[in-house]
Design a protein around this ligand. Structure first.
Ligand code: SF4
Ligand code: SF4
Length: 203
């Protein structure tokens, strides 16, 4: 499935590609029974990676691969879900209401553009500070994880109550498994200047 999707997108002319595991955020802190499983998501990412190598187009960027490979090379990932910058974003809905992200639902409303004088005012407000603190919370498992500086406990909208000290990223298992797979394929010490398919394999 991952290989077919990537190939189809590339053949259709897309070069900046990102994938999201389906996850029903309305299920809140419960594991969504209809969500893509950890195992399926890992398999999907492996297939995407192998297809990306096979296509061998340096201009084709896949967010999930680019960000992880960049991090293994000491660079800072760009995407919010890989750099712990959830609280740096805002969206304004059609009625002027301000939210941190469309994934988080209406309960996270931070104000209304009609009632504030600047976005700086929104950021200083108690509601935004409380939201920021919530995004930075780490369950015990994350505190000792070697991937913490990349993963940051995953997307804030995809955290569930699994009995740890605070909500935990629902695709933790997949993140660790795919990282392990990638390291075996790429090689930890390969001196690679950019994440390009033809030069990424450290074999
Ligand atoms: S909820 Fe997830 S996708 Fe949205 S800004 Fe936060 S980390 Fe990014
Ligand atoms: S991979 Fe798992 S344990 Fe590690 S930081 Fe991410 S969610 Fe936490």
């Amino acid at each position: 499935m991952g290989a077919q999707m990537l190939r189809g997108l590339v053949e259709s002319g897309f070069t900046n590609i990102a994938f999201n595991a389906f996850y029903n955020v309305a299920s809140d802190l419960q594991r969504d029974p209809f969500a893509v499983s950890d195992e399926s998501w890992t398999q999907f990412l492996k297939e995407v990676f192998e297809e990306w190598i096979s296509i061998d187009r340096p201009d084709v960027k896949v967010r999930e691969l680019d960000n992880m490979i960049a991090w293994t090379r000491g660079r800072v990932a760009r995407s919010c879900v890989f750099r712990g910058s959830c609280s740096s974003w805002m969206l304004v809905d059609h009625d002027g209401k301000i939210y941190p992200c469309e994934r988080l639902g209406k309960s996270t409303c931070l104000g209304n553009v009609m009632l504030v004088t600047s976005f700086a005012e929104v950021v200083k407000a108690l509601s935004h500070r409380a939201f920021t603190a919530q995004t930075l919370r780490m369950p015990e498992k994350c505190k000792s994880c070697p991937m913490q500086s990349f993963c940051h406990n995953g997307c804030v909208a995809h955290r569930i109550d699994d009995g740890d000290t605070s909500p935990h990223y629902a695709y933790c298992g997949s993140r660790l498994a795919f990282y392990d797979y990638l390291m075996k394929r790429v090689g930890v010490n390969a001196d690679i200047p950019t994440a390009s398919p033809s030069n990424i394999l450290g074999e």
